[in-house]
Design a protein around this ligand. Structure first.
Ligand SMILES: [Zn+2]
Length: 216
């Protein structure tokens, strides 16, 4: 228990230190050791020999990969936005489209990946454009479901920037669908979430038209 409390405290301190968004490339050595130990057992349980040459370092590699792929847990997406908000009278739609996303589905811990399209209509404040993909990444680098990822991005922008509306569309392929089970090789799941002015058909249609345009 004391251990757990300490870890949570460390996390908060680390998030503050990183000002919400610096990429984490140092690892927590204690967690790496524990995760690697578990993966050694998993290798045995699937009939492998964890001591054979190709696998000797695999548990540590997997542990580090997992820490990287979930480092969004240590980030504060709202702080990312707050770090670059500017007063501005611009009140037209701002769109950042084709943002690459890589996430892990929380049901199988297999990747899902694709593109996110995000738009907002400012209401007194705009945000540095590069922050939008960072917010997407901060939520994607966790165990997720696509539906929640979509809504979390929308809510974070809505609550922090308080714009006239937010639109988020995510199109993604899920390896848990493609590699196993139904094996629908090319199926893409699309999720969307809207607030404010994007709930009006005309505004939403304009957004969809603009993000659907290809080959600029
Ligand atoms: Zn899955």
């Amino acid at each position: 228990m004391a251990q757990m409390r300490k870890t949570q405290k460390d996390r908060g301190a680390r998030a503050r230190e990183l000002d919400g968004y610096a990429k984490i490339d140092q690892y927590n050595p204690d967690a790496i050791k524990r995760i690697a130990g578990s993966y050694r057992d998993i290798l045995k349980d699937i009939g492998e020999d964890p001591e054979r040459e190709g696998l000797v370092k695999t548990p540590e590699r997997v542990a580090k990969a997992l820490q990287f792929l979930t480092h969004g847990n240590d980030l504060d997406p709202a702080a990312i936005l707050r770090s670059a908000m500017f007063k501005e009278e611009y009140q037209q739609m701002v769109i950042v489209k084709d943002i690459e996303i890589y996430s892990l589905c929380e049901h199988h811990m297999l990747p899902f990946f694709g593109k996110a399209h995000v738009a907002y209509i400012p209401n007194g404040y705009i945000v540095g454009l590069s922050k939008i993909p960072r917010v997407v990444d901060a939520f994607a680098r966790r165990l997720q479901v696509q539906e929640r990822l979509t809504v979390e991005i929308r809510n974070c922008i809505q609550d922090t920037l308080k714009p006239l509306g937010v639109a988020v569309v995510i199109e993604a392929q899920h390896l848990c669908m493609i590699m196993r089970g139904v094996q629908k090789q090319h199926s893409i799941a699309t999720t969307s979430a809207f607030t404010g002015e994007f709930q009006q058909d005309r505004t939403r249609a304009e957004f969809i038209r603009l993000v659907s345009k290809r080959g600029d």
